[in-house]
Design a protein around this ligand. Structure first.
Ligand code: F6R
Length: 611
């Protein structure tokens, strides 16, 4: 979703901002713009990619060591040059960028229209900027004071950054609900939606908190709350390598991230899983183990792929810990009147740690006294900070919009959490515990074997790339993997795909089956194997084309299916981490074969910071 970059210091701002906007392209956007301050404000913006903006500004005056830049994912008003950010204030003395949604923009706009203001765009951002300027002129106060007054009236989520022609040595920023990181350099500051545009300049960063205003000068960073009280900036060191946010020879970030999985799972296990001692160490979890052990129920809240990880966790936790688990879409949970009992434990899962629906759902659950355990990938993100306890997935930056390595890392972390709780509750035998620890330890090696088969998966992908629809079926632990396989295919290749529990097929979807429908079965050897063999027969009897993810050496399904994607044998509880990988590759190769931009699929955003 919208990306923000801003700079103040001794360098030329434009190159820093453009490079930063390119680093944020993965978030998804449909227009881009930049405003530079050098005596007066020069503003350039363009529908489309950052590259279009670069063409537009060729030969223009790009001087200035203060500037703001933005990639916009349209909410209020279509993607267009006019609606792109930054926006000018009514007098043209201020310019502003905004990420988030001002929910009460309509009454504010009416108020301003009555006073004679006319707007150039359809955005909520322009309304907020005019409102701030109106307050400043009415109250004859500083811009900082006007901003504080305005923000007290604003309903919604925002990160905003302002430049002021009358104060060329200052940037003003504020945050509520959307992310903002400030990088601290020598005589310079960098602002961005996440750390990726900042990493090559400095490792010292401050994550701005909700309801804080930042007054930023080249040599000074002041944080205040909306009550005008100074806050102490908490400076953190970024633990991120530049290589992690570059493609390193891969055609796409998505492919790189799929191939990184042996390494990311290893990183996720490292320091936690001690095979020699037969123990798992996760301090964030262990400090709250008593509450988790005694939880009468576990509620999992998440969206999209993270929700699928939650579904796998439901099977694993109920199986190993014998605690009832419910998995909720965060977007539904937040708007219902959910029942959260004292003693319930909430697990919130999120790659970005910024998903607006998940964040608000956490707030709702906290209001009812729940303890929140965050399973998050992005270090320092909002969800990691509002959780009572947590475990990072340590998958590293995920740039491809479709989640791949973050998903397998989520599954790994959630399995370790379940094992810790089960051990504490004594609902698992020591032999089974040790067996699963060993199985987890073998996952990186087994994923490597799946990746070695990428050329075959590509062949299968090319064979089916022209399908219009696809069905993904699985049972038990493999059912959520079928859902995830379908989601990957639809978002990357735009082929309509549905995931179902295999047995549910008879209750409706089987009507779709004919010789043109590929049906992907996740059919590894587990306790449902015989049942899924029958389901495959039912599809073959209706001339459907069967692609099956099978355990290496499987003879029975291999003879029935049109194509098989073998994966190494694994315990059924661990198998999902492995059997999801061929489906990621299948989606990737189909998307590429169809000529789509798999790293930035249409209409999608990496970090969904609006509801
Ligand atoms: C799909 C995908 C999305 C995200 C969802 C939640 O490939 O990436 O479905 O899983 O938007 O995002 P996070 O995990 O950042 O909360």
């Amino acid at each position: 979703m919208c990306g923000i970059v801003a700079y103040i210091g001794h360098r030329q701002a434009y190159p820093v901002i453009i490079k930063g906007l390119k680093r944020l392209e993965y978030r998804g956007y449909d227009s881009a713009g930049v405003a530079l301050l050098n005596h007066n404000i020069k503003l350039y913006k363009k529908k489309g990619k950052v590259a279009n903006l670069e063409e537009t500004v060729l030969g223009q005056d790009l001087e200035g060591s203060v500037g703001i830049g933005h990639t916009r994912w349209a909410t209020h008003g279509e993607p267009s040059d006019r609606n792109a950010h930054p926006h000018f204030s009514a007098t043209g003395k201020l310019a502003m960028i905004h990420n988030g949604i001002i929910e009460n923009y309509a009454p504010l706009k009416q108020e301003l229209i009555k006073k004679g203001y006319r707007f150039k765009s359809e955005t909520d951002t322009e309304v907020l900027l005019y409102f701030i300027e109106e307050i400043q002129s009415n109250n004859d106060c500083t811009l900082e004071e006007a901003l504080r007054i305005a923000l007290k009236r604003v309903v919604g989520a925002y990160v905003i950054v302002l430049i002021d022609q009358d104060h060329p040595d200052m940037l003003l920023a504020a945050r509520k609900g959307s992310p903002l990181v400030i990088g601290i350099g020598k005589g310079e500051h960098f602002l961005a939606s996440d750390a990726t545009p900042i990493i090559e300049y400095t490792r010292e960063v401050v994550y701005v908190n909700d309801y804080e205003i930042a007054i930023i000068k080249p040599d000074e960073l002041v944080l205040k709350n909306l009550g005008n009280e100074r806050q102490t900036p908490f400076i953190q060191k970024l633990d991120l390598e530049l290589a992690a946010i570059e493609k390193n020879g891969y055609a796409h970030f998505m492919l790189k991230e799929i191939f990184e999985q042996p390494h990311t799972i290893y990183d996720c296990l490292r320091g936690r899983l001690d095979i020699g001692q037969g123990v798992i160490t996760m301090s964030g979890i262990q400090n709250n183990l008593e509450q988790m052990k005694n939880a009468s129920r576990i509620l999992i809240i998440a969206c999209g792929t993270s929700w699928h990880a939650g579904l796998v966790a439901e099977y694993v936790i109920e199986d190993l810990c014998r605690i009832p688990v419910e998995v909720e879409y965060a977007s539904e949970f937040r708007y219902r009147n959910p029942i959260v009992h004292k003693g319930d434990m909430i697990i919130a899962i999120s790659q970005s740690g910024e998903t607006a629906d998940t964040l608000v759902a956490i707030e709702r659950a906290k209001e009812q006294g729940a303890v929140i355990l965050g399973v998050v990938n992005v270090v320092g993100s909002s969800i990691s900070r509002v959780s009572h306890a947590g475990a990072y997935t340590h998958a590293g930056p995920e740039i491809g919009v479709a989640s791949t390595k973050a998903f397998t890392a989520q599954l790994t972390v959630l399995t370790m959490v379940a094992l810790l709780i089960a051990k504490e509750r004594k609902t698992i035998s020591n032999d089974r515990y040790i067996q699963l620890l060993n199985e987890l330890n073998e996952v990186p090696e087994k994923i490597k074997r799946v990746l070695d088969n990428a050329a075959h998966i590509k062949e299968v992908a090319l064979k089916y790339k022209d399908a219009l629809n696809a069905l993904f079926l699985g049972r038990g632990y493999n059912f959520p993997i079928a859902l995830e396989g379908a989601l990957k295919l639809k978002e990357i290749s735009y082929i309509h795909a549905e995931g179902y529990p295999a047995a549910e097929m008879k209750h409706g979807p089987i009507a779709l089956v004919d010789e043109s429908l590929p049906v992907v079965f996740v059919a590894t050897k587990d306790s449902f194997y015989e049942k899924i063999v029958s389901n495959i027969q039912e599809i073959k009897a209706r001339k459907g084309k069967v692609i099956a993810v099978v355990t290496e050496g499987d003879q029975v399904i291999s003879e029935m299916a049109d194509d098989v994607l073998p994966v190494p044998e694994a315990d059924e509880l661990i198998a999902p981490v492995i059997s999801t990988v061929p489906l990621q590759l299948l989606a990737y190769y189909m998307g590429v074969a169809k000529g789509y931009d798999v790293d930035k699929p249409r209409n999608l955003a990496k970090s969904v910071t609006v509801e």
